[in-house]
Each structure stands twice: as structure tokens, then as C-alpha cells.
Design a protein around this ligand. Sequence first.
Ligand code: HEC
Length: 316
Amino acid sequence: MISRTPWWIRIPVLFFIIFGLMEYFIDSGAKPAFIEYPITQVFMLMVLLILVAIELILKSIENVMFRTLSPEAQERYLAAKNKKVEWTWGKELYARLTKTKAIEKEGEIILDHNYDGIRELDNVLPPWWVYMFYATIIFGVVYLVRFHIANDYDQQLEYEQEVAAAQIAIEEYKKTAKNLVDVNTVELLTDASDLNAGKAIFTTNCVVCHMADGGGGIGPNLTDKYWILGGGIKNVFNTISEGGRDGKGMVAWKNSLRPVEMAQVASYLLQFQGTTPANPKDPEGDLYEDEESIEPEEVEPATQKATETDEVVMNN
Ligand code: HEC
């Protein structure tokens, strides 16, 4: 029944340990669990009440048992309970690291000289300080040999290695966080799995207006180099996400597709570029050249201006 730590330390410590464990094990994203899931607040309140209850129970058990003891046993019990925790090993360590002379023994190390009553003690350097000094010497020697004689590596190399490692970490992260793409970060996906997913999305959502081969119908031809709203992965992603011009029938798909799905379908439909569909719709919009692949302009019929395009207005 002898408990050294008082209840006002025990309860908060246990409480925060349980709280910490809860936060550690409950995956609540960026927010702490007790904000994300308010039910955990109720849980912690219960924990607190239970801890208090346990304290009270222990206290009363101690009381009852105490009363059953004989008077001298009671005395012994109290003596044991009040005995202070002795930090003997800590005190010894402290003495060894400082090697201070006790005030009563100062006479042993007092120096002879005496300046108007001011006298000097010949204390040794404190071992903790001396050890640290030795450690710096060893460090210095190792450093000198490693970087000035053996030329192990330099800051430049260290920097490059860290950047390379970070690059790998970014790639890894991107793989797990594909859904984070937006119009600024989207890149053309080339993995077969992404393209297949894109094809599936295209087949379910887009063929009614763009045709399975991208030849166009209600929507414009996606196989040519002429784009009303701009070609290239970023523009196409943006069009799919935000929709076409008002009243044309191309809705903003961001409401029904996730970012990664829009990136997949955009990458998929860009594969139509240069293919010949069964019933190609006349090119609409402006010729769009990728900055990367500027090819000599093909002789193609001049297109109508985007604003003049006569589009079927969907009655949706
Ligand atoms: C209801 C018919 C319809 C559906 C369904 C539809 N689109 Fe469209 N789409 C259009 C129309 C109409 C336009 C032209 C918009 C404009 O002129 O502003 C267009 C334009 C586009 C453009 C831009 C073409 C250009 O020349 O700039 C892209 C890219 C596109 N759609 C992709 C898709 C994808 C991907 C889907 C499926 C997720 C889809 N569309 C579903 C009708 C549709």
C-alpha cells in the first residue's frame, strides 16, 4: 500500500499517458483525434472519472487496513510511508562528476597566498568539463582526418545527396497521393493502369458526346490538333474539371469525378491525338502546339473561330 507518488501527480500522469496513447493509435488525419472525433472527449472524461474512483477506492482500502493494525504496526507503517526517497546513486554520480570538496574539507586545498584576506582554493577541474574537453579533441582529430585528409565528402555532395533522396521521397509520395493533382501539378499519365482507368471513365461518361474514338458528336473532335479550350494535359484537365463554355453541354466534371480520375481520362483522351476516327467532326478552335513537340504546321482547312463555332446546345 505504500505509494510514493502523491495522487495529484499520479492522476494527471496516467491521464496524459492514456490521452497520448489514444492520439497515437487513432488515425485522425491532420487534426488531433479529440477534435476530429468528439466522442473521444467523452471517453477521456470517463477515464478521468475512473482514475479518480480508483484513487478513492485505494484510499479507503488503505484507511480500513490501517485501522486493523496494532498501534506499533501503525507507527511502523507511517514511518515507512514517510521515508523520503533517497537519490543516493544520483548524489554519488553528481559528486563524481564535480569532485567538489565539502566546505569542511576546504582547508586541505587552500593555497598559501593571501591578498588582503582574499584566499584561493586549489580545486581540480570538474571531471564533467574535462571529459567534454577530451571529447572535442577526439572529435577534432576524426574530423580532420576524415574531411581534410581523406576527403570523405563535401557540402556540395551532401547537398546533392539530400536533394536526390528528397526527390525519391517526392516520387513515392506522389504515387500514394495521386488524388492531390490539380490543374497546376497535373502531368500526362502513361501507366497502363491509369490509361485503362481513363478509358473506363471515358466510356461511361464521355462517349455519348465525344464518341468512343474521340471523333466528336455533340462535343468536338478530340483527335485533331485544334482545341476550343486549349490542348495539352493542363488545359484538357482544366476543361474537364471546370467544363466548357456556358450552354455548350460540357459540364464541370469536378463535381462527379475525383482529381485523379480527371487526370486519367485527360491522359487517355490525349492518346486520340493523330488517330483517324470513323466519323471525324470538323476541327474547331485553334491549332494547339505543345511546347515540347512543335511540328511543322500541317495543311489543314482553316478553322472557324471558336466564338463562331456552331455548337449543338444541349437542352439539359
Ligand atoms: C453532354 C455532352 C458531353 C459530355 C457527356 C462530355 N462532353 Fe466534353 N465537350 C462537350 C462539348 C459541347 C464541348 C465543347 C465545349 C465548348 O465549346 O466550350 C466539349 C469539350 C470538351 C473538351 C475540350 C475540347 C476542346 O476542343 O477544347 C474536352 C477535353 C472534353 N470535352 C472532354 C470530355 C470528357 C473527358 C468527358 C467525360 C468525362 C466529356 N468531355 C463529356 C460535350 C460533352
